[in-house]
Design a protein around this ligand. Structure first.
Ligand code: UT7
Length: 335
């Protein structure tokens, strides 16, 4: 890493972007595969359809497209980008997928790496990138959330396959010496409860030679205890956001938008209720995309920015939560 170049105190938000594959999987279509119905899925989750990557498309492709649209909104020269952080749990290369996004962008002056924290990944990545910016090491960063859970879902398990979809979102952030629009943040993990949601390795054994065995690389499909994850989310997210409001001298009345990880409409409604944030301030697009893991928060923000709902200087309370178990939250001023 280079020496400290800038005397910076904060972060400003310069652009957003997103990408979803064009293949649509509706509830009706899923109900031809497993014993479920459009009515059940809609009433229990709020989801109507989700996107599935085409077979020639991976996390790097989706992340690249989301990043490019964020860079265009920020109106940056590609060469001025210092840092690319990709939040993903489904990399197309286990050694890291972010450098291939760097290559596709032609961002020759950036360093790029992956970060894994499931559905909290985007917020963890945003907070990580902002520390480099506030520390003065880097000036411009692209933070991407991209996941292709369709490759790891058990499409015969009706308790989980109805929830997930593929997509990507990105934000362009820049350091500044005048203000800090990442007003506050918090992060937490609890590995003791990790078994509630897993994408575990397969642990199939083979032998190299004589008595020397090895584990073949590979993963089992997603395993989820939906009820426990639900209870965890509706309990921990309001506590974390409430504490964050207190720490940053905000109250929930000052929030223009609540942008939660798009897991289940009932979770969003319950968190909003507990925080006394009215429904019209809770942004939701999970009806169209389902749960796209690390992508949900930037995908939602990008949609709301582009259709002029989120405006300059709006206050956004945001939280991601999921496997780990992990959860994180931030108060942001857009702009
Ligand atoms: O990023 C985090 C990712 N994970 C989550 O966000 C998961 C959070 N949890 C949830 O969203 C909900 O727990 C689910 C949507 C997964 C499940 O909803 P639920 O209201 O908690 O349902 P349940 O698990 O209590 O199941 C109720 C019934 C069961 O039948 P019985 O035992 O009462 O006869 C299930 O077998 O619904 C049945 N069921 C289904 N029926 C039709 C479970 N899945 C389905 C289905 N279609 N897809």
């Amino acid at each position: 890493m280079e020496e400290i170049k800038f005397n910076q105190i904060g972060v400003s938000f310069k652009g957003s972007g997103s990408y979803v594959p064009d293949q649509i999987l509706t509830n009706q279509k899923i109900s031809k595969k497993v014993d479920t119905s459009d009515e059940w899925i809609k009433s229990r989750t709020g989801i109507s359809e989700r996107r599935i990557s085409n077979i020639d498309e991976n996390v790097s492709d989706m992340g690249y497209k989301a990043a490019l649209t964020a860079i265009e909104m920020a109106n940056w020269d590609i060469e001025t980008i210092d840092l690319i952080v990709l939040a993903t749990s489904t990399p197309n290369d286990l050694f890291g997928s972010a450098p291939s996004i760097q290559a596709k962008l032609g961002a020759a002056n950036a360093v790029a790496f992956d970060l894994t924290a499931a559905c909290s990944g985007f917020l963890f990545a945003l907070i990580t990138a902002s520390q480099f910016l506030k520390g003065g090491s880097f000036k411009r960063a692209i933070v991407i959330g991209a996941d292709q859970l369709s490759s790891f879902v058990d499409w015969n398990d009706r308790r989980s396959c109805i929830l997930f979809g593929d997509g990507a979102g990105a934000l362009a952030i820049e350091s500044t010496s005048e203000f800090d629009n990442l007003i506050g943040f918090d992060m937490s993990t609890d590995g003791e409860r990790g078994s509630f949601l897993n994408l575990p390795s397969k642990n199939n054994k083979d032998s190299i030679i004589d008595n020397i065995d090895f584990l073949i690389g590979g993963f089992s499909p997603i395993k989820m205890n939906g009820q426990e994850v639900y209870k965890f989310a509706v309990r921990e997210v309001p506590i974390m956001l409430d504490n964050l409001f207190r720490k940053t001298n905000f109250n929930s009345d000052q929030v223009d938008w609540l942008v939660l990880h798009q897991a289940n409409q009932r979770i969003l409604d319950s968190v909003g209720e507990r925080l006394k944030i009215p429904r019209e301030k809770i942004l939701t697009n999970l009806e169209k995309y389902g749960n796209t893991s690390a992508a949900t928060i930037p995908l939602m923000m990008d949609e709301a920015i582009r259709n002029n709902r989120i405006k300059q200087n709006d206050i956004i309370a945001t939280s991601g939560f999921g496997a780990g178990l992990s959860w994180g939250a931030a108060i942001i001023k857009w702009g």
